[in-house]
Ligand binder design. Structure first.
Ligand code: MN
Ligand code: MN
Length: 314
């Protein structure tokens, strides 16, 4: 049986892609089941509740050699801890390549589109398979989530066309209204502990010399209510300090992305992060906040800049 899962600290794409890819593989005669690598965020909870879909179960500890399919990620730092011992059969992803290696030739589908959901729609169409209503809703939600309903610079024409194709199948007439409801759910953070908030959409990236990389933890809070997040700045900085020590990181950043105004103000923990923000991005910092302007995509506008900055041949 193929275990299908997305990255740790899962987002709507990581969950939806696992569910839909497992369902597509089963229709194609492959025994497959979807799993998740962590708690659902508030947006994903909202989406699954709207759809009446059960969350995939947590991935159990897998013995060495277990066959797995990765969706919405490929780097070991964002995956199950014993990934190197598992047998990766398939990857469907829209991120940069990381450190993945396999013993046998895998099936790989990578395209620089805004969402794994867009690729999964393509796989259905290429196989001449219709998209079931529930799967259409999951894919549509994932694309709206990853692209912030086309606000993100990661958005491609393929993502727009996918939403246009899926909306009637999903029975969603007002896509903008549905997207806003998703973002409102995502922003309704209540009294979530600061460390949980920081880790909700958090990824670790190795930078610099691959033989001796330094690891940075990059968190993002996409919200329609940035004032709420800034109201908890002191607590969040304390949580970042804890995580930095716990995970043995060289640096931590937390980007507060204002979805509606498409701006990014990033919390910086110490002089180390401040120096990197100033030198890598050429931006001003004030207090413990760097103003990153309209750089709202970690994948497209933050990580590549840091990769270049730390590159040994830069
Ligand atoms: Mn994701
Ligand atoms: Mn994604």
């Amino acid at each position: 049986m193929l275990h299908v899962f997305g990255h740790t600290n899962p987002d709507t794409d990581a969950i939806s892609a696992a569910l839909v890819y497992a369902s597509l593989l089963r229709r194609q005669g492959v025994e497959a089941q979807a799993f998740r690598l962590g708690h659902l965020n508030f947006e994903t909870e909202f989406v699954l509740k709207e759809l009446g879909v059960e969350a995939p179960p947590m991935l159990p500890e897998l013995p060495a050699g277990t066959a797995v399919a990765l969706v919405d990620h490929n780097e070991s730092a964002q995956s199950v801890s014993n990934l190197a011992e598992l047998s990766v059969k398939r990857v469907v992803d829209h991120h940069k390549l990381g450190d993945l290696t396999t013993a046998n030739p895998p099936y790989l589908r990578f395209e620089p589109v805004g969402c794994t959901g867009t690729l999964l729609l393509k796989l259905h169409r290429e196989a001449n398979l219709d998209v079931p209503v529930q799967d259409a809703k999951l894919l549509l939600s994932a694309i709206l989530s990853d692209t912030l309903h086309f606000r993100s610079p990661t958005t491609t024409q393929d993502d727009r066309e996918a939403v246009e194709f899926l909306a009637p199948i999903a029975g969603i007439q007002d896509v903008e209204q549905y997207a806003l409801a998703m973002f409102a759910a995502k922003s309704d953070l209540g009294d979530t502990p600061a460390e949980t908030l920081f880790r909700m959409d958090y990824k670790v990236f190795p930078f610099g010399d691959p033989a001796k990389p330094q690891e940075w933890g990059l968190g993002v809070i996409e919200t329609t209510n940035p004032a709420y997040v800034f109201g908890r700045q002191a607590e969040l900085l304390a949580a970042m300090d804890t995580v930095k020590a716990e995970d043995g990181l060289s640096g931590v950043l937390l980007s507060v992305v204002d979805i509606l105004n498409e701006t990014n103000r990033t919390f910086i923990l110490s002089a180390t992060e401040e120096k990197v923000m100033q030198e890598a991005f050429g931006v001003r910092t004030q207090g413990q906040v760097a103003d990153l302007g309209h750089r709202i995509s970690r994948k497209k506008q933050i990580v590549p800049v840091l990769e270049k900055y730390f590159s040994p041949d830069a």
